[in-house]
Design a protein around this ligand. Structure first.
Ligand code: F0G
Length: 358
């Protein structure tokens, strides 16, 4: 059996479709190439007739889809001679920025909402040596500040307003098409700043326009009910949700995402925190897939729309699971209903614990 070639990340893999040249020095961590997992238990148990796949983006090097865009943005920043990058973040972007900056040997400045990012993400930014600036404000305040700083200081902004970010992130659509041999009928994503849904659409459109596949999916974006500007039809000033990754009220890719909705014939909807957490738990308990709360919004919404018939029976659906469950251990432990059993370290007690729980 021939050995598989060393995988060197998505910039190398999709070189021809990305804004890099032969001379570009690629900054990679082996990102992309994430599993597309078919749900085996949930559809039957929930009584929905559909082929549902989850694209497990939590298995990227820093545990979220942000790595796809960050490798691209940092590669270009370094190519252009930048010595520092900056972003506002609900956590995952800061983790990715910190890691890729470390890899490139440049400085990452990250602005995060004080006390409102999941612990794992904070640990990552700190461990990778980013300069972490907590602000008494939310993501939207941080984003505004980053844009202002970007005008004055010699730092490259690596939020998704940096066009290279979306270029990198579009590769998720390429991977899905290649694995399924076609575009899915529906693609469901959690929506916060709305960069990812826009990037996926770019990828789907590119493969369709190049004649690689004949169709494009209907794009469906789900928001947390307390942070759902696309449902309100206007910006939300005080966004609130347990899914801190998408606690965003002023999405930067507002126009782009509305275009995606129109061009793909899709829609936006919202999920309550209860629905989001229930879906997160369902995926963990019934499929063995651990994603962070924000990610589960895609599955919560898709299941509801399947049950109501808005997504027709028999559809092929891909839900993006944007980040790993280990990012937010606090929320996971808080909502776990499994009791911890503590016994003496004796055979008798351990056997007793097993027999009581068979
Ligand atoms: N899911 C997760 C886990 C996220 O971290 C984000 C965004 C989204 C979904 C929404 O993606 O913004 O492209 O619509 N997180 C950003 C951050 C804002 O700072 O990490 P989007």
């Amino acid at each position: 059996m021939p050995f598989r070639k060393h995988y060197t990340g998505l910039l190398d893999r999709y070189r021809d479709r990305l804004p890099i040249s032969e001379d570009t020095k690629i900054i990679d961590l082996g990102e992309g190439n994430t599993p597309l997992i078919k749900l085996k238990n949930i559809p039957g148990e929930m009584g929905v007739d559909a082929e549902i796949y989850v694209k497990y983006e939590g298995l990227n090097p820093t545990g979220s889809f942000k790595d796809r865009g960050m490798c691209m943005a940092v590669t270009k920043a370094v190519e252009e001679g930048s010595k520092a990058i900056i972003c506002a973040s609900t956590g995952n972007t800061s983790a990715a920025a910190a890691a890729y900056a470390a890899r490139a040997g440049i400085t990452a400045f990250v602005l995060i909402p004080d006390g409102k990012i999941a612990l794992g993400k904070l640990a990552q930014a700190m461990m990778h040596g980013a300069v972490v600036i907590q602000i008494h404000g939310n993501f939207d305040d941080g984003m505004q500040l980053v844009k202002e700083v970007g005008e004055e200081a010699p730092v490259t902004i690596v939020n998704s307003i940096n066009p290279f970010r979306l270029q990198g992130q579009k590769t998720a659509a390429f991977e899905i098409i290649e694995e399924l041999g076609a575009a899915p009928d529906y693609h469901c994503l959690p929506v916060g700043n709305a960069g990812n849904i826009s990037a996926h659409w770019m990828g789907y459109v590119e493969y369709a326009e190049d004649g690689i596949v004949p169709t494009r999916p209907t794009m469906v974006g789900y928001q947390a009910a307390g942070a759902a500007p696309f449902m309100r039809g206007e910006m939300v000033d005080e966004p609130e949700t347990v899914a801190t990754a998408i606690r965003i009220g002023h999405p930067q890719s507002w126009d782009k995402a509305w275009n995606v909705q129109k061009e793909s014939g899709g829609w936006f909807d919202e999920c309550t925190d209860e629905e989001i957490l229930a879906a997160q738990k369902l995926l963990a308990e019934r499929e063995g897939v651990f994603c962070e709360p924000a990610s589960a919004t895609s599955v919560a919404g898709a299941l509801r729309d399947l049950k109501s018939g808005k997504i027709p029976a028999g559809s092929k659906i891909v839900c993006t699971l944007t980040g790993h469950g280990l990012k937010d251990p606090d929320t996971a432990i808080k909502q776990s209903t499994r009791e911890l059993i503590t016994v003496d370290a004796t055979l008798e007690d351990v056997k007793g614990a097993i027999l009581n729980n068979m």
